[in-house]
Design a protein around this ligand. Structure first.
Ligand SMILES: *[C@@H]1O[C@H](CO)[C@@H](O)[C@H](O)[C@H]1NC(C)=O
Length: 293
């Protein structure tokens, strides 16, 4: 301590830990059965191209869904999805991570359908220790029913980032220092599902599902999983700190990513719980960091 070489070393360390930001790795395509299995209503899942693509079907009897075989503590989780085309009002297509206990952690993408020609809404949410109420809603800058787009979650000890293709649309920073629980010790599974939610999804529930248009079909591919697999009750990941998503460049966004996030905020954001004073007269503590955007 106190020797010049030691303090030099500290300076060097603090320089190298300045987050540079980087684009997450591209997932590779593997067949469905490698990492996933159907959760319910097995006859409503159709396999295409030898299982490299699957379709979820929703009709008036049931929706359906699939989940990962593994549980994961941190990583980068992606899914390529083509949303229900045409009249999708009342439907919700979801891609999310969730732990399986009472005080659960959860990271959500939810795509709210709409009448033909009307825009989808992408709602995101983060639950920690069983409490959520952290909704943000955006419109997309493209029609998500026309082509596949990649929706991803980067989750490490420092942040949770939601990406649409390579564009960050939301960051949830670790705000443990502000007294906010951050998901770090409960492994999560990956879930995908399509179901009817016409009591709330479209225009707040005013637009109902038109069952004469059923079946509603969402299509998926890109079943690679890039996470630290852990047993369901594990409290930490065996390779913690050593994987690519743990490295300094993934601890924060870089300048270009912050600019893109600001662009999403300015042009496409419909709702942010952080600015909803009627619901939260006192701003939730983690919103201090959300505001820095
Ligand atoms: C559906 O379209 C209406 C009218 O354009 C819009 O107000 C609403 O935000 C859209 N999306 C959803 C999911 O309600």
């Amino acid at each position: 301590m106190g020797s010049p070489s030691w303090s030099l070393c500290l300076i060097f360390l603090s320089f190298t830990s300045v987050a540079l930001g980087a684009t997450p790795k591209r997932p590779v395509d593997v067949p469905f059965g490698r990492n996933y299995y159907p959760t319910w209503a097995f006859d409503h899942i159709k396999y295409l191209n030898g299982g490299s693509e699957v379709q979820l079907h929703l009709d008036k009897y049931t929706g359906t869904g699939f989940q990962s075989k593994g549980n994961y503590l941190f990583g980068h989780f992606s899914m390529h999805i083509k949303m229900v085309p045409g009249d999708s009002a009342g439907t919700v297509t979801a891609f999310y991570l969730s732990s399986q206990n009472n005080e659960h952690d959860e990271i959500d993408f939810e795509f709210l359908g709409n009448r033909s020609g009307q825009p989808y809404i992408l709602q995101t949410n983060v639950f920690t220790g069983g409490s959520g109420n952290r909704e943000q809603r955006i419109y997309l800058w493209f029609d998500p029913t026309k082509e596949y787009h990649r929706y991803s979650i980067l989750w490490n000890l420092y942040q949770i980032v939601f990406f649409v293709d390579d564009i960050p649309i939301r960051v949830f920073k670790n705000c443990k220092d502000l007294g906010v629980r951050f998901p770090f010790n409960q492994p999560m599974k990956i879930y995908n599902s399509l179901w009817n939610a016409d009591d709330w999804a479209t225009r707040g529930g005013l637009e109902k599902t038109d069952w004469s248009k059923a079946p509603f079909i969402a299509t998926y591919k890109g079943f690679h999983v890039d996470g630290c697999e852990a047993s369901v009750n594990a409290k930490y990941c065996a390779t913690q700190g050593k994987r690519w998503w743990d490295q300094p460049e993934f601890r924060d966004l870089d300048a270009a990513q912050w600019r893109r996030l600001r662009w999403v905020r300015k042009k496409y954001t419909i709702y942010n719980y952080c600015t909803d004073r009627s619901r939260f007269p006192q701003m939730p503590p983690e919103c201090k960091r959300d505001r820095d955007v």
